[in-house]
Design a protein around this ligand. Structure first.
Ligand code: HC0
Ligand code: SF4
Length: 579
């Protein structure tokens, strides 16, 4: 241990602790732009680049960046001297002098660390002017890279390279030309980017943002020729309230449905219904592969991998093309919803599919890309037309001047708003496979589950495994969230060493509750845990908690699809992967 003094406060910390961390321990918050510590992932970004965290250390001539300076015994630190204050202010002014002054219209306005710092420091004028960096804007289907706003903090690089192991982003060039970019400065859409959006989630400024589609949705809502249907993903209800100042983990399902109705959507439906449908298809596929395997069919691919996360699908397509017959062929719930809406529901309404607009509200940035994949369109008309993130929905509600807090709790419309507790847990890591197990167990053993909740599949560890007793058959299950963790399981499969029968993979740490389109949570694990608890609470609140007991799912198979994995179900609800 070492003992030091920071702003006259004595603190004892383990050897190796930085001055920045030691200061936080005694309540001294030293400002910084580049430093990022995500306690949910135990990673730290500390390039020491922004220099905003400079402090004065007695006996040293130069100011020291506290994020990369180790605390030593007897050190006397000042974080708020006049010298520190003037230098820090100059540094922030220099950063601002090479930053577009677009705060009023920037997508990150109100959530920007640089803006907050400038406000906190009372910066009213800039004393520097001159050369500015100029970069071409990169618009992918899901993410916009506006590198004129990049402050080279390198947080996105750490996220993309160390957590997700996608390795798309790195710093290139020098001086005013330096920028964080895919290789050869290609566009994101020409790279192996998965659109997981985790770089967007950690960007402190407006350099990386989701591609906003609120304008297109407003145009659809104001077009009298269109019938506009909305679906809401499981994880949105557990986080949307945060955008309106509510505690993390506040469930706002009813208010969300009410707000969407006020916004003018003709039908307010739930992606959860399609998650139940996914379980019917994916669960049947799991049992089919399992039975064939047990009967000695050596061609069958096990483990089966869940396939509902589009960033994860893109990851396997780019990185493990030899494994493309391993994931379930079931479409994601978002796309199953779109297919049912544009076929079954459009027929019911007697509306041409081109006049039916399907909007998704997702916690995810990659869903914007998924909706545009060619295989999810008929004659150029996509099954899902627009995707808004949780954050974009909150902007739309605020734009419409809807007082979210005083909204009544309303129900989803029927029939595509009918769902079970199994479907809502899709929103957290472990939930998709738990929902699948609830159904597959009963279909396989033909006995009711002794208990609905599978504690052994829950938690926040990045890699988990459990064995579930399927009436004498031990079913080995793996779970990974975060693409770096997924890579480890995929490497085992590729090497023929995987012992699992089924694996759930979600790209975002925490699963969809930690999606790139959710309210910014700054890697705080307590926020993710509260969202996760809210999801499990919603499951407990539901009268029906197994997908195969959803009455509308029964009706849909009886009336329209036949049975799970039927020809029609295959045509509408299954897909292919491409390398
Ligand atoms: Fe998810 Fe989904 S659970 S990916 O995490 O499967 O985005 O919330 O909507 O599609 O249902 C996200 C969340 C979904 C889909 C569902 C799945
Ligand atoms: Fe990397 Fe994900 Fe960002 Fe793409 S979206 S650059 S994969 S972190």
């Amino acid at each position: 241990m070492v003992t030091l003094t920071i702003d006259n406060k004595t603190v004892e910390v383990p050897k190796g602790t930085t001055v920045l961390e030691a200061a936080a321990k005694v309540g001294v918050e030293i400002p910084t732009l580049c430093h990022m510590k995500l306690d949910n992932l135990e990673i730290e970004n500390k390039p020491g680049g922004c220099r905003v965290c400079l402090v004065e250390i007695q006996g040293r001539k130069n100011l020291a960046p506290s994020c990369v300076t180790e605390a030593t015994d007897g050190m006397i630190v000042k974080s708020s001297s006049i010298r520190v204050m003037n230098t820090r202010r100059t540094i922030v002014e220099l950063i601002l002098s090479d930053h577009p002054a677009e705060c009023l219209t920037c997508a990150k306005s109100g959530n920007c660390d640089l803006q907050s710092l400038a406000i906190k420091m009372g910066i009213r004028e800039l004393h520097f002017s001159g050369e500015k960096s100029v970069h071409r804007e990169d618009k992918s289907p899901a993410i916009i890279r506006d590198m004129d706003k990049c402050i080279m903090c390198r947080r996105c690089e750490t996220m993309c390279n160390e957590v997700q192991t996608v390795g798309v982003l790195s710093a290139v060039n020098r001086g005013f030309n330096s920028v964080v970019s895919p290789a050869f400065e290609q566009d994101l859409q020409d790279s192996a980017c998965t659109y997981c959006g985790q770089c967007v989630a950690v960007c402190p400024v407006g350099a990386l943002t989701e591609r906003d589609q609120t304008g297109a949705v407003i145009r659809a809502l104001s077009n009298p020729d269109k019938t506009v249907v909305v679906q809401t993903a499981p994880a949105v209800r557990a986080a949307l309230g945060e955008e309106f100042g509510q505690e993390a983990g506040t469930l706002v399902t009813g208010k969300m449905a009410a707000a969407l109705r006020r916004l003018g959507f003709d039908y307010v439906f739930d992606t959860d219904f399609a998650a139940d449908l996914t379980i019917m298809e994916e669960g049947t596929e799991l049992l089919d592969r399992l039975t064939r395997h047990l009967n000695g069919d050596s061609t069958v691919k096990l483990p089966i991998l869940t396939s509902c996360c589009p960033a994860w699908v893109k990851f396997i397509e780019h990185n493990f093309p030899s494994l493309l017959d391993v994931p379930s062929s079931a479409k994601s719930p978002q796309q199953m919803f779109g297919a049912v809406a544009k076929n079954y529901f459009a027929e019911k309404l007697n509306v041409d599919r081109k006049k039916l607009v399907v909007v998704s509200i997702m916690p995810c940035v990659a869903k914007k890309y998924e909706r545009g994949r060619d295989e999810f369109a008929v004659d150029g008309n996509s099954d899902v037309d627009f995707v808004l993130t949780t954050r974009e929905l909150s902007h739309l509600i605020k734009l419409a001047n809807i007082d979210f807090h005083t909204l009544p709790d309303e129900e989803f419309d029927q029939p595509m708003g009918m769902s079970t507790g199994a479907s809502v847990i899709f929103g957290t890591t472990g939930g998709v496979i738990e929902a699948a197990v609830r159904t597959a167990y009963e279909l396989y053993t033909k006995k009711p589950l002794p208990k609905v909740e599978f504690e052994e599949l829950r938690g926040m560890e990045g890699l988990r495994h459990a064995t579930i007793d399927f009436g004498g058959l031990p079913l080995h299950i793996g779970i990974a969230h975060g693409l770096g963790n997924a890579r480890k399981l995929l490497e085992e499969i590729a090497a023929g060493r995987s012992q699992f029968h089924a694996i759930e993979i979600m790209s975002c740490p925490g699963g969809c509750i930690g999606g790139g389109g959710q309210p910014f949570h700054h890697g705080k694990s307590d926020i993710l845990k509260k969202r996760q608890q809210a999801i499990y609470q919603e499951d407990r609140n539901k009268p029906i908690r197994k997908s195969h007991e959803n009455p509308f799912i029964y009706q849909l198979y009886e009336e329209y699809l036949g049975e799970p994995m039927s020809e029609k179900a295959h045509h509408l609800l299954h897909t292919k992967y491409f390398d």
